[in-house]
Design a protein. Sequence first.
Length: 175
Amino acid sequence: MGSYEGALRKAIVSYKYGGDRRWAKTFGRLLHGFLCRHATWFEEFAVVCPVPAFLGPGAHRSWGHVELMCAELARSAAGEWPVQSLVAKVCETEPMSAKGRPQRRQIARQLATAAFVVPDPPDVDGRRVLVVDDVCASGETLLSTGEALRRAGAAEVSALVLAQARWRPGLLRPW
């Protein structure tokens, strides 16, 4: 939806790392507005799925920041854009935020693929799923989430993020 810089970056950092949960409502409304303005881009997606957070022992934070903003999206959309948590994060992964490209890829390949599971594959089978995350830096978290959905039988998986970090060629690999 935007670049991960300036005021948007400051707001996301305040929300994600500073715990200022008031931003969830704003981000949910921003997502809803974007989906409505670009409805023809997303009309074939059956469900919006937040990238999950690990909330068990040793978790980096005690709340699911993407799940919370998607809950606000669901409230704003009043059923127009159904939100469903289809993927679970079953273990904590090493934070990628301060890592370089090779380190991000190594973490993603070793841990992230095993960390994301679909608890109820029939909920996914044959559906077109729009995955939502707050920031896309390397795309590895989105790819791992998408791979879990595809393994569970999703017909199509695409992503929408609040903010895209500065693009660096060659970062993404296909699902």
